[in-house]
Design a protein around this ligand. Sequence first.
Ligand code: HEM
Length: 335
Amino acid sequence: MERELGWRWRAAAAWWFAVAVGCSLVGSGSAGLLESNPGLAYNFYQKSCPNVDSIVRSVTWAQVAANPALPGRLLRLHFHDCFVQGCDASILLDNAQSEKTAGPNLSVGGYEVIDAIKAQLEQACPGVVSCADIVALAARDAVSYQFKASLWQVETGRRDGPVSLATNTGTLPSPFAGFNVLLQSFANRGLNLTDLVALSGAHTIGKASCSSVTPRLYQGNATSLDPLLDSAYARRLMSSCPNPSPSSSTIDLDATTPLKFDSSYYTNLQNKQGALASDAALTQNAAAAQMVADLTNPIKFYAAFSMSMKKMGRIDVLTGSKGQIRKQCRAVNTS
Ligand code: HEM
């Protein structure tokens, strides 16, 4: 109980610190962040659906309690939504050529949680809350289950897009990309070096398929280790991912505390224990490596992650009268 309270206190302190840092940054020279606000607001649904936060939280927390893999799934779902055509819930649409059929999205999950939340919201306030906002709120609440307090604030007011094409998913960064390619991929979405390093910290939770790491371990039939891998860690990866690996085999993205949303991802990177080549790439640029060192401090990580999630949540959003509020998240409204 004492430990639990200790956690809660630390989480609350971290959150307030993050907000304080966020506010002070916004107030001192980051005016661009405010100016670039595309029409989102905190409490957008205050009048139209006042219980939106409690409904999203209660459904998400109940599902996370039953399935600890969901925070990773829902966080990645939000990222993959925003990086392809903006945060418009296009990843949720079901059709033969939709985004979810594309290679990088085949291991994305959490759709059923979004459906469950949408079903409850349609009962409480029909036709009001967008699927794109549900994705953003569910990602936050899934991670916040660990802290019982939100680690970042989510602006709302996004609307849902009508188009979803697998051919658009080329904007998702590859796990085999080097530093400059990753930086460019984030720059293409209006995100900078700080955002790249902070948001990569999402890999403090969740899983990767062996196919995302085996090219760092083997060349054809032979063992061939990426020099950016610590050898003991590489042996661990090889035992989880033999050559060849069953397609269902996975590894933890965070080798030390896989279920905790903490800053150990950055300590792992410093110890050459980043699971993906794209994680290790963050140690290959002097400025990025300095940020990696800074973000080993959990308070700094939570503050930076919070700021960058806000920016990611603004990518190419549809607001006002653009797009629509889907009745059902997997299909565009017909009428
Ligand atoms: C920097 C570029 C990034 C690359 C190249 C990348 C790539 C990947 C890959 C390859 C996986 C494993 C997929 C699989 O093998 O099944 C993964 C998992 C994951 N990614 Fe990323 N990612 C990046 C950035 C991000 C960002 C910005 C976020 C969120 C803010 C994120 C959140 C996650 C999460 C939570 C998982 C675990 C998913 C699960 O457990 O189901 N990633 N990522």
